[in-house]
Design a binder for this molecule. Structure first.
Ligand SMILES: [Zn+2]
Length: 310
């Protein structure tokens, strides 16, 4: 990378970091965690070209990799997450069937993603092939996880063994539980493309998983990767209503509606507050949410969208 470009992206990262004030609650039983996230990246391997309005020249997986690397250098504990719809949108998808997207995500160091409707566009078999190609890649980063708790994949064993309901990760002073939910197939995914997989209500599926994460796995922070949409006018389950329906979620990383938010929205719920965030689509922005915890409780939370620019 050119030095000039590198410095420009560094200063962009610093500018955003300074907009994310977070009082440190240091101590032996305290911790901090930063969630970095994308959604609906839709095979946008390269930055958007000119003629794309406000997003012209933004995005690109190489730049995203650079930004994530810089943040890893500046911050302590990080999770890199995605809310689904990695597939479909450019000739890269037509040529590589999602294998390239997943392989690059592993190289950037993603920890987990969930499945969006477009990830089924070539059927379950091709989705599994893309996951396998990511798993088989020779790279120092481990394969990332596929999280979903509302698809019943029993009739599609090759996918079932790769999709798990949740993931628990330990960091100094913070134990994090992550799960995922997907949108209904009806009207979005042809039945032959989700053969063997049935859809269950996301709120009802989340309740026992969040309870298990809290009570059995003893996590301090619960994160949901949601490919449901931000604010569904038709009454279908969505991110804004989720905190009122499922208690105990600290962060919702949303997708599907391609909603550009500058910062997470705080939604009150029975056990405090849930941060609901989504960063548009196409990898134009990288989302960031920071949590400071003490004795297993969230003491401060904030976040911002960071533009992915050269
Ligand atoms: Zn979608």
């Amino acid at each position: 990378m050119e030095r000039r470009t590198f410095l420009a992206s560094l200063s962009a990262a610093a500018a955003v970091a300074s907009r994310v004030p977070l009082k440190a609650t240091e101590g032996p039983d305290s911790g901090r965690i930063t969630l970095l996230h994308t959604n609906d990246t839709h095979s946008r391997i390269e930055p958007f070209g000119p003629g794309n309005g406000a997003i012209s020249g933004k995005g690109g997986m190489a730049r995203r990799a650079t930004l994530v690397k810089q943040l890893r250098g500046q911050l302590g504990s990080i999770l890199l997450l995605d809310a689904g719809d990695t597939f479909q949108g450019t000739p890269y998808f037509n040529r590589y069937k999602g294998r390239l997207d997943y392989q690059l995500m592993r190289m950037i160091g993603y920890d987990a993603t969930t499945l969006g409707n477009h990830d089924f566009d070539n059927g379950v078999g091709m989705l599994v092939e893309a996951i396998e190609s990511m798993e088989q890649l020779k790279h120092r980063n481990p394969p990332f996880a596929f999280l979903n708790c509302n698809f019943d994949c029993k009739g599609a064993p090759a996918l079932a063994k790769r999709v798990r309901p949740y993931l628990v990760r330990d960091f100094p002073g913070v134990r994090v539980g992550i799960t995922g939910v997907g949108v209904a197939f009806a009207g979005l995914v042809a039945s032959k493309n989700h053969e063997g997989i049935s859809w269950n209500d996301p709120y009802e599926s989340l309740k026992p998983v969040v309870k298990r994460l809290r009570e059995v796995e003893k996590v301090d922070l619960v994160v949901v990767l949601s490919h449901l949409g931000y604010d569904n006018k038709d009454g279908a389950p969505d991110d804004l209503r989720m905190p009122g329906q499922v208690a105990g979620i600290d962060a919702i990383i949303g997708g599907h509606s391609h909603t550009f938010l500058d910062a997470p929205v705080k939604v009150k719920q029975a056990q405090g507050e849930t941060l609901v965030f989504q960063v548009g689509f196409g990898g134009v922005n990288l989302g960031r949410m920071d949590f400071a915890l003490a004795r297993g409780e969230v003491k401060a939370a904030s976040g911002a969208a960071m533009p992915v620019v050269g």
